[in-house]
Design a binder for this molecule. Structure first.
Ligand SMILES: [Cu+2]
Length: 217
């Protein structure tokens, strides 16, 4: 009986240590593209979403969170919003005029007006790309990108340099996705105009895997 207690304590200590989750890792790198410079396409080419899809289902389902979109100066900010499927989005009208939020997709229909200072919330229960407009100002557009993974980042491509040929320029950004549990993942990209890319990635404990991506039209 005397011996049992220390053994029990020892086991408890061992389990406490092994129960602790492994140190998280991640991925970082650059994303670049070479495209024609047009004022019209500038906005939709600016936003790139990078996300990591786990090869194996995580033991615990990720918890949906909350995100915020602001309607300001007759535009949605951000223009592209990645989120974990099931997350709630608050649309806040910070303009002096009335706005509207309109989603056409079957799963996630929405058509609400919001007076100045008013907020409307909406949940996106399914994964997918959802174009959103304000029906009162059709030039106001944005995208919600609902993902199956909580490991994502949105970056804005910035113009690096102009090329002498064809009025083209190089746009690029650096990115980092951290706090990712170690394991095998597929890294995917999303941009409204540029082709999606994918890379197989192994996230190591406490390390940042380096990746450089070139996106094409
Ligand atoms: Cu509007």
């Amino acid at each position: 009986m005397n011996l049992m207690l220390p053994v029990g304590l020892l086991l408890a200590a061992v389990f406490a240590v092994s129960d602790r989750s492994l140190p998280a890792g991640g991925v970082e790198g650059t994303v670049r593209t070479e495209v024609k410079v047009t004022t019209k396409g500038a906005t939709s080419q600016r936003d790139v979403v990078l996300y990591l899809e786990p090869k194996q289902k995580p033991a615990e389902a990720p918890k949906p969170g909350k995100a915020r979109v602001v309607q300001k100066k007759l535009s949605f900010e951000p223009h592209v919003l990645p989120l974990l499927r099931g997350s709630e989005v608050e649309f806040a009208n910070e303009d002096q005029v009335k706005h509207n939020v309109f989603v056409e997709a079957e799963c996630c229909k929405l058509d609400v007006d919001a007076d100045k200072g008013e907020n409307k919330t909406h949940v996106f229960p399914q994964a997918g790309e959802f174009p959103i407009v304000c029906r009162l100002h059709p030039e106001m557009t944005m995208y919600v990108l609902a993902l199956e993974t909580p490991h994502f980042v949105r970056v804005e491509l910035q113009k690096d340099k102009e090329l002498s040929t064809d009025a083209k320029a190089v746009f690029s950004a650096t990115f980092k996705i951290e706090d990712v549990p170690p394991g095998a993942y597929t890294l995917r990209t999303w941009n409204k105009k540029l082709k999606a890319l994918e890379r197989e990635i192994v996230v190591a404990e406490g390390g940042l895997q380096k990746v450089d991506l070139v996106l094409e039209k």
